[in-house]
Write a protein that binds this ligand. Structure first.
Ligand code: ATP
Ligand code: MG
Length: 237
């Protein structure tokens, strides 16, 4: 399905919060896109939280995304900016003496962004307005990457407020919200269906999928079955 004359579509996966399920959803999305015949690449432009491995410092989110893409890229291309401590990126950058900017980040994403694939799935860090420095945020990075956005809503008490604030902020950034995903990361909570219906009637973008609770979820437990990418067809084709 790849049309090599076209640039890949950039899908930026954000969440209502850290731990909302961005990595789980982005990984499932990569499998679903592949299952539907699309070629993919993955990006975790900025990660905070590294494990020491024989290959060097690695972030687990980036490794999962790297493994789920159809086109293999070197780790440094998938995750060009990695901070050791699992803390807010702009604070990690200050602590490590790194100048973090949208421009340098976009530059370091170019190998993946210019891949000969249909879609690049990008996972942000934290939520939509997480700062990168004194002036810019993750929203500016998504904008500079010319991305369209999928919002992962971690279903829990309070998620309606978080989701609607995030949707408003995405709209204020001038970016298109392709859709949202209800992620049942805590299993069933009281009135989860009513919460999702309340969001559905207030978010002006489709509910792309409900991600079920998957006990001890790991990327190996994820597959193409969770997200129906046919709703993204008009964007991807
Ligand atoms: N559908 C689900 N079923 C069961 N557990 C889930 C589900 N979604 C997420 N989790 C668990 O919740 C935690 C947070 O998920 P995940 O790492 O995908 O969030 P995230 O938004 O990517 O977090 P971060 O901001 O750290 O990148 C993980 O332990 C993950 O395994
Ligand atoms: Mg993650």
């Amino acid at each position: 399905m790849n049309q090599s004359s076209k640039s890949p579509k950039i899908i930026f996966v954000t969440g209502t919060d850290t731990d909302a399920g961005k990595t789980v959803v982005a990984t499932a999305l990569l499998y679903s896109l592949a299952g539907a015949g699309y070629t993919t690449a993955a990006l975790k432009p900025i990660a905070a939280g590294a494990d020491v491995t024989e290959q060097g410092l690695r972030n687990d989110d980036a490794l999962q995304l790297q493994a789920a893409a159809t086109l293999a890229h070197d780790y440094q291309d998938v995750n060009p900016i990695l901070f050791t401590d699992p803390i807010a990126p702009h604070i990690a950058a200050l602590n490590e003496g790194v100048a973090l900017s949208v421009e340098s980040c976009v530059e370091q994403c170019q190998t993946v962004i210019q891949s000969d694939v249909d879609a690049v799935v990008v996972e942000g860090a934290g939520g939509w307005l997480v700062p990168l420095n004194d002036r810019s945020s993750m929203a500016d990075l998504a904008s500079a990457l010319k991305a369209e956005v999928i919002l992962v809503v971690g279903i829990k008490l309070g998620c309606i407020n978080h989701a609607l604030l995030t949707v408003e902020a995405i709209e204020n950034s001038g970016l298109k919200l392709l859709g949202w995903i209800a992620n049942h990361l805590h299993g069933e909570i009281p009135e989860s269906a009513a919460n999702i219906a309340s969001l559905g009637s207030r978010i002006n973008a489709p509910l792309l999928a409900e991600m079920p609770y998957i006990e001890a979820v790991q990327s190996s437990a994820l597959s193409a079955e969770y997200i129906d990418v046919s709703l993204l067809k008009s964007y991807l084709d």
